[in-house]
Each structure stands twice: as C-alpha cells, then as structure tokens.
Write a protein that binds this ligand. Structure first.
Ligand code: F6P
Length: 766
C-alpha cells in the first residue's frame, strides 16, 4: 500500500507540476509581451516629444540648448539616457549615464539616418539589456539634420518576470502539499479503509463467522471484485451450512433434504438424460430502468425448488419472457445462461403478444380455470376466444420445447401448473420417448364442479399426455381420477392411482409442496422477536402490544375479508384487546388487469377502513393494510415479530405462507391459525385449524392463540417445524423427479389422434 501511495503521489506531483509550469510559462510570456509593448509605446511617445524639441534647437543651431534639453528630459522612469547626433552620426548631446556605456554610434541610429526611418529593438550595452529607439531629426525643409536615440534599461521587465515565476513556484509548492495531503486522506478513506473492511469480511467468511457483507457504497471501487466475491461467499456459506447440516444429520441419523442432496439425487435419477422445465413465470426477469437493466428473481417457492435441480444438471427452463428488457438479453435463439452471476443452465424465453397474454393468462387461466378449481364462489368465465389463445400459447410452448429437445434420446420434462394443461399431450404426441410430468399447483375440484368447463374433455386429455400428474394432496388426486372416470373414455386404476388412455398410463400422485427450511440460527443483524416487534411498531407509527400478521396476494381465494371480520369480532368479544391487538395484512397486488381482482382490492381496502374507523383510538389501529409487494427479507421480519399468523384461505392448493411462518420461527414461538381448506392443514396439524367462513370461531382462535400457554406453544411449533424441515422444498422436488424417473413407461402401440378421439366420443355421446 505504501508503494502504491508513493507511486500515486509522485505521479500526481509530476503531472500537476508539468501542467502548472506549462500554463505559467504562457502566462509569463504574455506578461513579458505586455511590458515590452508598453515600453515601446512609452519610448515612441516620449521620442516624438523630445524629437520635436530637438529639431527646433537643430534648426536654430543651438547646441547648448540641445544639451540643456537633454538633461531636462533625462529624469524618467527606467530611462537610461537620450543622445542627439548630427547627420553624419557624431554626438551633439548625451545624458551622462548613457555616455558612460555608449562609446560608438549605435548601428540602429546609423540605419535610421541612412534609411530616414525609426528603428527600435532590444540589445546589450555593457552587460545591460536595454531597449533603444533611434529616429532621424528633420529640418523645416524635411531634410535629415541629425538623429536621436532614446535608451531604456529593461532590467525592470526581467525583475517583473522573476517575480511572476516566484509566485508560480510558491503556488506549485502549496498545490503539492494539498495534493499529497488529500491523496493520503482519500487513500485512507476510500481504499485502505474499505479494503481492510473487505478483508475482515473475507476473513470472517473463511473462519465461518457470520458477518454481514460490507455496504455497497463502502466497496464501490471494489464492485467488480465484490460481484465475483459475493456469490463465492454465498456459495461458501451454503456449502458450509450444507456440510454442517449433513454432519449433524449423520450424527442424529436423520435424513434431511438439502439443495446439495437434491442435486445429487436428481443427477443420479436422470442418469445422463437432460431435464426441461416449463412454467409461465420465468426465474429471472430483466427490466430496463433508464440506461440500466436490472434483473429480478420473482418471489416464488417454485424458483427456490427448481433452480438447484437445473443448476445441478445443466438443464433448460422454458418460460414466458415478461420483462421489458428480456428480449435485449437473449441470444438469437431466445436463450440465455442463468443464474446471471454463475451461469449453470439455459433459460429459453417464449414471447407472447398482448392479446395472447390477455386471452391465455388473464382470460382462460385466471378468469376460467382459477375460479373453477378454487371453491371460492367467484363464477368462472369461459370465453371461446380465451380458449383459442390458451390452445395457441400451449402450442407455442410445445414448439419451443420440441425445438429445445431436438436430438435428445431420453428427455425428462417437468411442466408447472394450470397454465399448461394441454402441453403434456402436445409434447407426447410429437416426442413419445419424452418422460413428462405436470404439477398442478392449485386444487382440483370435484367432478361436478369441473364439468362447468366447456372444454373439460380437452383439458383432461391434454393432462393425460403426461406420465405423472402431481397434486398437493390426495383429495385433489381423487377428485381428478373421479373427473377422468366421469368425462373420458379411460381406465381408472384406483389401486395404483393411475389412468390408462390410448394405451398410455399416467400416474396421479400427491406431492405436497413446501418451503426451504434451514437450521440456521438468527442471521447476523437480525433482531429477536421482541426487538423486531418494537422496531416494526415504531416504523408503522402505531401503538400496539400484540401483533398478528397475514401475507397474501390480494386474491379473493385467500379469505382476507373473512380474516378482517374475524379481527372485528375478536375485538367485540374480547374488548380488553382493544388498543392492544393490531393485525398487519401484507397484501401484494396481483392480476390487477382482471376486473374481479380490481374490485376485490377495493373491497379489502374499504373493509379495513371501516373496521379501523369503528375502533381506532390514538395511535392504535386494529388493521394495518400494507398493499405492496414485499421482499422475502421484509416479510420474514413480520413473521418473526408476530404473535400469531393467520392463513384463512377459502380454498388453497397448499398455501406456503403457513409453512414460511413456521420455518421463520427459529425461536419456536408464535401460533399459526390455519384454514382447514388449505393443503397445508393436512401437514401442519399443530396449527389452530379454523373454518374461515365461521367468523366467531376464527375470532375465538385469535383469543386462544394470544392466551396459549408458552409450553404448549413451543411444543406445537416444534412439531410443525420438524414436519416442515423433513418435508421441505428439496424433498418435494426430489420426490417428484425421482418418481417421474422411476416410472415404468409402457410405450403406446397405437396412439390415436386425440382430436379424432374426442370428436368421435362427442358424436357417440350426442
Ligand atoms: O398457486 C398457483 C400459482 O400459480 C403459484 O405457482 C404462483 O405463485 C401464484 O399462483 C401466482 O401466480 P401468478 O402471479 O403467476 O399469476
């Protein structure tokens, strides 16, 4: 560091000195020229007046007068002397100082007399630098009667120039001192300090201590390095944690799923085959803000689960490119390598027009299938035009997938969710050797309810193109099998939970999805529950003693209004909690282009306001509605602070908020109130299970949670945490892919055209 400082300081000093000298040199030259011009002007003016007097004396032949005049004029600033000559160059009169240094007739005067013109210039006279002006003197008839010389001592010009240089050197010296001082300070503030902090951070990482990464502004000039080191540090931390967990699990003979175990498991199951994942949401979204492109990872459990698998086996993820800079970041085949920091697998983006997105996503998927599958009393809307778009977009994804799988011998395909019911069949028809699973992330209703859909046969047939169809819970599998039995010509084997259609078997199995759950102790900088509660209460500007929390997309299936009504009823039935209990609802806006969602958003706001207006006093409010997207980190703070978390979905495939709350409670405190209509209610038996339609019972559940004996609370939380740890997201992904790869797939001998089959069946029925 010392050598660097020295090099920097020397370079700065040399540079600044050279620049200062060059600019001063120009300044000095300009000063010198100005002084010379001034002297010349002075000499000319003075010369003219002396010459006109001298001509009078010459005309009169008055030599004495000439001498007296010369003496009279001799007393001027910087004037060395005056000399008058006759026409042949002999001296007539001269001031004494000049005659002391001038022995001969100056050449300038000889030239002036010969050429009858004024001569001037600098010269040396007896070691003195002088300026001489020589001019002819005329009689009245214009004939040359003699000459005059005016001589100035120019030593004062040199003295002035020396003074300027003196000033310049003083300035340069001051500049050098300032530069050295500032450089040393800047080096200390911006280089030595941050490097020391970064080194401390790296040392902490190496030795396994939990230290937060220094702030970005602290490391700005080390940013390229930080960009590389941060993921390295994260990987090291993960690897160390994974190793610690593995070791602990080995010691306790437990078998826990980790990202590493999942990666190893999937690699061995795939046995060299390549994996292809399809989902509507992409794992990385590029958006342009001004001149910069930012990349975001959507807050989705799916990304957490699928990413380690793809990273481990260098697979391909096909998804809708929804970011406004997505097109700028792909290659000519619409592909890019991700994760951006450490590219390990391929993301293939599929582009949709605004009409396609409207019809397929907003229309058929979210106004049709979503309310159809969720029994939340919102009427599904089915439009032929949306169905067309749904077909079209599924076909578009099938084309992309088939393109990606070209030349693959045994590709394995994992399709996600209700956006792609037709995709399994479309792919199977074109690539019968592909091993295909689809996971349906939402509930499957009973066959009666599903029959509302005008295209139920096509949807079921599309799904049965898959070798494995996954749901969260057995009840949804059963509903699906019943629906197939009722609607399609197919053999339903309830003993093995499978369906045979067109000589192709599809297994229908439950895989309850979960969250990433770790044993990590409180991360560096995290507060304990009490401190977090006080901090959040202060940030929200409220007063409260007890906190409840709910975290949802503002979706009519989530039972948010019922939850608010339960809070209202709780405050009525247990008035001692008025002024003490506040319920914080984190509500992420969602699908806002759909009218029902826009209306619901307004209904939730109105209900929160009504209840607040009824009870609020001072800084206390019963409900705080935080209507924006929150990051995982932000939500975790509320989970850790809340005495109670409420999940009151009217119908939900699984509901990961319930599992996230449990996973976040490292302190083994907190109570979960959970709707019996969620898939999670089958896994988290130690939650207080409620019927969200029963407002009073849900209100009583809040009172039960707040009054729960601490021992019971801990026991319940411990059991729920054990369940979430054992059946975490890696377990889910491992089971799904493991089962898909283990299936014995009998090849269809005689695959009929699906459409032909459906139209034949329809004709038969009519
Ligand atoms: O629950 C089904 C699901 O598709 C989830 O996978 C997803 O997190 C959620 O709905 C919201 O989906 P989107 O915002 O893509 O419509």
């Amino acid at each position: 560091m010392r050598a660097l400082s020295l090099r920097l300081i020397v370079a700065l000093i040399v540079g600044v000195t050279l620049v200062s000298l060059a600019s001063s040199w120009y300044e000095v030259q300009a000063e010198k020229d100005a002084l010379r011009r001034d002297l010349q002007h002075k000499a000319e003016t003075f010369g003219e007046s002396v010459a006109s007097n001298a001509e009078l004396y010459l005309e009169a032949g008055d030599r004495l007068g000439l001498e007296q005049m010369v003496q009279r004029f001799s007393n001027r600033d910087h004037l060395l002397g005056i000399g008058i000559y006759n026409a042949d160059g002999s001296s007539l009169a001269m001031t004494p100082d000049l005659s002391a240094v001038l022995s001969d007739t100056p050449a300038g005067l000889t030239n002036a007399l010969r050429d009858n013109r004024v001569e001037s210039g600098s010269m040396r006279l007896h070691f003195r630098r002088v300026y001489m002006l020589a001019a002819p003197l005329h009689l009245a008839d214009k004939s040359v009667a003699g000459g005059i010389i005016i001589v100035y001592d120019t030593a004062y010009i040199r003295a002035a120039i020396f003074r300027v240089w003196g000033r310049v050197f003083v300035h340069i010296a001051i500049q050098m001192l300032v530069i050295v001082g500032l450089t040393l300070l800047i080096l200390r503030w911006s280089l030595t300090g941050p490097i020391a902090r970064a080194a401390l951070w790296m040392k902490a990482l190496r030795t396994g201590r939990n230290v937060a990464q220094p702030l970005a502004r602290d490391l700005d000039f080390l940013l390229p390095l930080t960009r590389e080191v941060a993921p390295l540090a994260a990987s090291m931390k993960e690897a160390r944690e994974a190793a610690e967990i593995e070791a602990r699990l080995r010691n306790t003979n437990e078998s826990r799923w980790t990202a590493q175990r999942l990666a190893d498991h999937v690699r061995s199951k795939l046995n060299g085959s390549n994996l292809f994942v399809v989902s509507n949401r992409e794992p990385y979204i590029h958006n342009r803000q001004g001149n910069t492109i930012t990349v975001t990872v959507p807050a989705s459990g799916l990304v957490t689960a699928i990413e380690p698998i793809l990273c481990a086996c260098n697979g391909t993820w096909v998804a809708h490119g929804s970011g406004n800079a997505d097109a700028e970041t792909v290659d000519s085949n619409d592909r890019l390598k991700v994760p951006p920091d450490d590219p390990r697998y391929t993301l293939r983006r599929v582009w949709l027009s605004a009409e396609e997105e409207e019809g397929y996503y907003n229309g058929f998927a979210n106004e049709g299938l979503w309310p159809l599958c969720h029994m939340a009393h919102t009427r599904p809307t089915f439009r032929a035009s949306d169905w067309e778009h749904y077909n079209q977009v599924n076909q578009r994804f099938a084309d992309a997938l088939v393109e990606e799988m070209a030349g693959e011998e045994h590709p394995v395909v994992l399709i996600q969710d209700y956006h792609f019911a037709l995709l399994p069949r479309m792919v199977k028809d074109r690539l019968p050797h592909a091993r295909i699973a689809i996971f349906w992330h939402i509930p499957w209703p009973n066959s009666e309810a599903f029959s509302i859909c005008p295209w139920q046969q096509e949807l079921l047939d599309g799904l049965l193109g898959a070798d494995l169809i996954g749901f969260h819970v057995q009840a949804h599998c059963n509903n699906f099998l019943n629906t197939v039995d009722r609607v399609l010509e197919a053999r339903v084997d309830r003993e093995h939970f499978s369906v045979k259609r067109n000589n192709h078997w599809s297994s229908v199995l439950p895989f309850p999805i979960s969250v990433e759950s770790s044993d990590e102790i409180i991360a560096a900088g995290e507060r304990n529950a009490e401190e977090e509660r006080s901090a959040l209460i202060a940030e929200l500007g409220i007063e409260a003693t007890f906190l409840g929390v709910g975290v949802d997309r503002v979706d009519y299936t989530k039972g948010i209004i019922e939850r608010f009504l339960a809070v209202e009823s709780f405050l009525e039935r247990y008035p001692r909690y008025q002024g003490k209990f506040t319920f914080i609802q984190i509500g992420a806006p969602t699908r806002s282009r759909i009218q029902r969602y826009a209306d619901f958003q307004a209904e939730v706001e109105a209900e929160a306001n009504r209840i607040n207006d009824r009870f609020r006093r001072g800084k206390w409010r019963p409900i705080v509605f935080l209507n924006r997207q929150h990051t995982h980190q932000e939500v975790r703070r509320y989970y850790r602070a809340a005495h109670v978390c409420m999940v009151t979905s009217l119908h939900d495939g699984m509901n990961l908020v319930a599992k996230e709350y449990v996973a976040a409670r490292h302190d083994e405190r907190g109570v979960l109130i959970l709707s019996r209509f969620t898939g999670a209610a089958r896994d988290l038996l130690d939650a207080i299970i409620v019927n969200p339609y029963d407002i009073q019972s849900t209100a009583d559940a809040i009172a039960q949670a707040l009054n729960m004996d601490i021992g019971e609370m801990i026991e319940r939380m411990q059991r729920m945490r054990k369940s979430v740890k054992e059946h975490n997201i890696y377990w889910w992904a491992g089971s799904l892919i493991g089962d898909l790869c283990d299936l014995r797939i009998k090849k269809a001998k005689n695959t009929k055209s699906v459409k032909a089959f459906i139209s034949k069946k329809a004709t038969k029925e009519s």
